[in-house]
Design a protein around this ligand. Structure first.
Ligand SMILES: NC(=O)c1ccc[n+]([C@@H]2O[C@H](COP(=O)([O-])OP(=O)(O)OC[C@H]3O[C@@H](n4cnc5c(N)ncnc54)[C@H](O)[C@@H]3O)[C@@H](O)[C@H]2O)c1
Length: 331
């Protein structure tokens, strides 16, 4: 099959290699000419890895859209709407959209599938699948064992993407029909990963991290349920699985950003130093607004938001959380 990938960064390019390993044809589109050139020279834009020789990239969106009827989106969520708007002006046949970007639109709290539905004319939107789960690009590019979930409201679309991306050597994809649960899990875990990094930056230990992952999954469950997903999905690959890999790994950019916050580095400096996408900080902003508007209890997100906005010193975060009313853990 032919697959167009929008976004030739760490993850998009890596998924391009997966598609080629699985016998598909790939064309990657990116606005960044340096990334396009590197990919065309079979070099990964971020990793010291030789890419398969059949991988191709372009700077021409028209060419990319005409290439296939399966479009995989792997761009920062903050540019998702304008990029889809451009795609909609060029598209002229029914297409399946796969999204791997993890976040919510800050202003509207919309999930990426909702933004795709807003921007792409219904006649050209054949289906939508979220491909998500615990997956560091750094490992997948080395073909290390990884499990993902293809989630769609239409099982036949989820099964198609499952077949395209699964192989018998390093990648196994499960299907799910809980699209909301999968999308929300992937977005909220990035926010909790920032908090986890901050714990490390503050010098807290493994006990604190385990507590944070456990209490963090509760916040993911609350958001999933509020948004209309199944709370049980939070206990699978797209929730706790993705949270564990992101909240406990130095490979994670969200964890790294949180660590710097914990060390007291100002947020503007963190953004300047990090060339790649950090979704978790924007997601914290979206979740704080969502929780205030809807009276959702998200204490970890709230404290992280206060620190990011400069309303709370990072050293005040733990006392603030510990001074909350004592309560039972009963679910
Ligand atoms: N890196 C990972 O391991 C990983 C794993 C799973 C999911 N994700 C998610 O995938 C998404 C992308 O992550 P990434 O790590 O590849 O980020 P990245 O910053 O490495 O790459 C993003 C790419 O998008 C391109 N881009 C930016 N604006 C664009 C535009 N307007 N049009 C076309 N291309 C544009 C950039 O040039 C860059 O190449 C994020 O939402 C992230 O949460 C990443």
């Amino acid at each position: 099959m032919k697959i167009t990938i929008i976004g030739g960064g760490a993850w998009g390019t890596t998924l391009g290699q997966v598609c080629i390993d699985n016998g598909h044809e790939v064309l990657i589109y990116d606005v960044n000419m340096e990334h396009v050139s590197k990919i065309n020279m079979h070099m990964h834009p971020f990793f010291e890895t030789q890419l398969p020789s059949s991988i191709k990239a372009t700077h021409d969106l028209n060419h990319a859209i005409a290439f296939s009827n399966i479009i995989l989106l792997s761009i920062p969520t903050k540019v998702m709407r304008p990029v889809l708007h451009e795609i909609n002006l060029l598209i002229n046949s029914p297409t399946i959209f796969i999204n791997v970007s993890k976040g919510l639109e800050v202003e509207t709290f919309k999930r990426m599938s909702e933004i795709v539905s807003d921007e792409i004319d219904a006649q050209f939107l054949e289906g939508f699948v979220a491909l998500t789960g615990p997956s560091h690009a750094e490992e997948v590019i080395l073909r290390k064992l990884t499990l993902l979930v293809a989630a769609s409201t239409h099982i036949k679309h989820a099964k198609l993407i499952q077949t395209i991306f699964s192989n018998e050597s390093y990648l196994r994809v499960y299907t799910s029909t809980d699209l909301i649960g999968a999308e929300v899990g992937g977005a909220v875990k990035n926010a909790i990963a920032v908090v986890s990094g901050a714990c490390t930056g503050l010098g807290l230990g493994e006990n604190a991290r385990a507590a944070l992952i456990s209490r963090g999954i509760l916040e993911i469950m609350r958001v999933v349920e509020f948004m209309g997903g199944k709370k049980e999905t939070a206990f699978g690959l797209t929730g706790i699985g993705d949270l564990i890999v992101t909240a406990s790994s130095e490979n994670s950019r969200n964890f790294q950003a949180g660590k710097k916050i914990g060390l007291g580095i100002p947020i503007d400096q963190i953004y300047q130093e990090q060339k790649q996408t950090i979704e978790g900080i924007r997601t914290i902003e979206a979740l704080e607004s969502l929780s205030i508007k809807n009276n959702l209890e998200l204490p970890l997100i709230h404290v992280a938001y206060e620190i990011i906005k400069g309303h709370l010193l990072v050293t005040e975060a733990v006392p603030k959380l510990l001074s909350r009313d004592l309560k039972s853990e009963d679910f």
